[in-house]
Design a protein around this ligand. Structure first.
Ligand SMILES: [Zn+2]
Length: 156
C-alpha cells in the first residue's frame, strides 16, 4: 500500500501501539503496521486500530465510572440513542429521577435493568430451544394409540 501523505510505497513493521488513558501508559506490542520510510506516516490495519480504540475506551470506562448518569451517558452506556433512553423512561422500564428539568440515573440501577433483561432473554432462549429441539408432544405413544381412521364398511 502507498502512503496517503507522500505516495511512497509503505513497508510493514511490527510496532508498539499506544492505547493508554490519562496517567495510564498502555502499549500494545508487535502490531503489524504500514510504515512510510519517507515521511514517517504509520497506518494500522482496521481491526488493529479498532482493537487499540476499544482497549483505550475500556481503560477510560474502568477508571471513570460516575455513579450518577445523565441521559446521554446512559445512552452511551447502553449503546442506544438518547431518544430510546427517554422512551424507556416514559415506559417505566428505566428507573430515573427528575431533578428540575433533567433526568438522572444511577449506574447500578441501569446495570440492574440490563442484567434482568439479559436473564429474561436467556429464559426465552431456553424455552425456544426446548420447543424446537424437544421431543414432539405425543411422539412417545403415537405407535400404541389405536387407529381411528380404520375404514368402516357402510354395507355391513
Ligand atoms: Zn509518506
Amino acid at each position: 500500500m502507498k502512503c496517503s501523505q507522500c505516495g511512497t510505497e509503505m513497508t510493514i513493521e511490527l510496532t508498539d501501539v499506544p492505547a493508554g488513558w490519562k496517567q495510564y501508559d498502555l502499549l500494545i506490542r508487535g502490531v503489524r503496521t504500514h510504515v512510510c520510510k519517507a515521511c514517517g506516516h504509520e497506518v494500522l490495519e482496521p481491526q488493529d486500530a479498532r482493537m487499540a480504540q476499544e482497549l483505550s475506551r475500556a481503560l477510560s470506562e474502568m477508571t471513570e465510572k460516575p455513579e450518577i448518569l445523565d441521559v446521554s451517558q446512559v445512552a452511551d452506556l447502553l449503546r442506544v440513542s438518547i431518544q430510546t433512553v427517554y422512551n424507556q423512561v416514559k415506559a417505566g422500564k428505566l428507573p430515573a429521577v427528575k431533578i428540575g428539568r433533567e433526568w438522572r440515573f444511577t449506574r447500578s440501577a441501569v446495570m440492574q435493568v440490563l442484567a434482568n433483561a439479559a436473564d429474561a432473554s436467556l429464559n426465552i432462549a431456553r424455552e425456544a430451544a426446548t420447543t424446537v429441539y424437544g421431543p414432539p408432544e405425543d411422539a412417545a405413544d403415537a405407535g400404541t394409540r389405536p387407529s381411528v381412521t380404520e375404514p368402516t364398511d357402510p354395507t355391513a
